[in-house]
Ligand binder design. Structure first.
Ligand code: NDP
Length: 325
């Protein structure tokens, strides 16, 4: 089968096309024909070595596909079922393996491309607003990289809850996407300092929560615009990891709460994974959550997909298609 392999850490060029033999499902596993692959920032962190993984390996964990075969002991799935996961072993490939207890059924109303696009980012946006900081109507939140994959979904969910949504985007070209998703206030970080802009709109320290997937570049500014006892949710490092924090800074800024969550801990059990996926896929199936696929490339162009994601030129989701795009 055709696959992408990483043999050493580095830039996008270390994502190399190769031929591998088909994987075989062991007990409790599914062999999948991959229909679409989700590209995520975590794939970049693993490629660069920020998050170490054993090498060589086939990158990627998010995909949609059709079950080709099931290993011994699998009860919930049969060949031909349409499934999606964010826990595949080597998603950047024509065929991949996933543990059955980490896969979910895809409703008929959800296309394979959208299923691959929404598992990681949709479940992330969902846990952030429902569990990490359970957002309520009338509260004020700030969402960074609001036109990105997680960002567009977070904005929609926050707006649906009835929160007032402040959003940042890197360039003018992304303003419309963030506004279209429901952001009330969109700040272009290339043009103005976001802390000044937020306070110009809503006064001193107006925010209940900051959802920050950008990391190093935005962390300190976020702390500066939170209300006393507000919460900083720093959930990603697109601009680099956040520097070590002096806990007294949280006290000085008003007894702030700080958390650095990972989706893995919010879908740790199969029931929680299935419940959250059902909620998100249900919103998509009902037309209540729009999943924007901004970039669709053939599998062999995985390096180009990473280049675009890192260059800040993408909006919405990046997916790879094993059989052309
Ligand atoms: P995005 O589509 O949001 O792409 C990243 C965006 O970050 C860019 O488009 C850019 O938007 C912004 N950005 C700001 N500064 C930089 C920089 N220096 N370099 C690159 N990008 C920058 O990616 P994803 O939706 O896949 O992921 C968003 C974040 O969410 C990532 O940090 C990711 O790791 C995190 N994440 C965390 C999870 C968790 O559970 N903790 C799970 C899933 C994702 P702009 O130009 O508009 O500023």
């Amino acid at each position: 089968m055709r696959a992408i392999r990483v043999s050493r850490t580095g830039g996008p060029e270390v994502l190399e096309g190769c031929e591998l033999s088909d994987p075989q499902p062991s007990a409790g596993e599914l062999l999948l024909e991959v229909t679409a692959v989700g590209v995520n920032y975590i794939d970049v962190y693993r490629r660069t070595g920020l998050y170490p993984v054993p090498l060589p390996s086939v990158p990627g964990t998010e995909l949609s596909g059709t079950v080709l075969a099931v290993g011994p002991g699998v009860k919930d799935f049969s060949p031909g079922d349409r499934v999606a996961t964010l826990d595949a072993r080597g998603a950047y490939a024509e065929r991949s393996i996933v543990r059955a207890d980490r896969a979910v059924h895809v409703p008929q109303a959800v296309s394979p491309d959208v299923a691959a696009a929404v598992m990681m980012q949709g479940l992330t946006a969902h846990y952030l607003v429902t569990d990490t900081f359970p957002l309520r109507a009338g509260q004020r939140c700030l969402i960074h990289a609001a036109a990105g994959g997680v960002g567009l979904l977070l904005v929609q969910l926050a707006r649906r809850i009835g929160a007032e949504v402040f959003a940042t985007v890197g360039s003018e070209a992304k303003v419309q996407a963030a506004r279209g998703a429901g952001a009330h206030h969109v700040i272009v970080t290339a043009d103005e300092d976001f802390t000044t802009a937020v306070e110009a709109i809503a006064g001193k320290r107006p925010l209940d929560v900051v959802y920050d997937g950008v990391g190093r570049a935005t962390f300190a500014g976020g702390l500066a615009v939170l209300r006393p006892r507000g919460m900083m949710v720093t959930f990603g490092n697109a601009s680099g990891p956040v520097d070590p924090v002096n806990l007294f800074d949280l006290t000085a800024a008003g007894s702030l709460f700080l958390t650095r969550p990972s989706v893995s801990h919010y879908i740790a059990t199969t029931p929680e994974l299935r419940e959250r996926a059902e909620a998100v896929l249900g919103l998509v199936a009902d037309g209540a959550l729009d999943v924007r696929i901004g970039t669709r490339l053939p599998l062999d162009q995985a390096a180009e997909a990473h280049r675009r994601l890192e260059s800040r030129e993408t909006s919405g989701k990046v997916i790879l298609i094993p059989n052309g795009a």
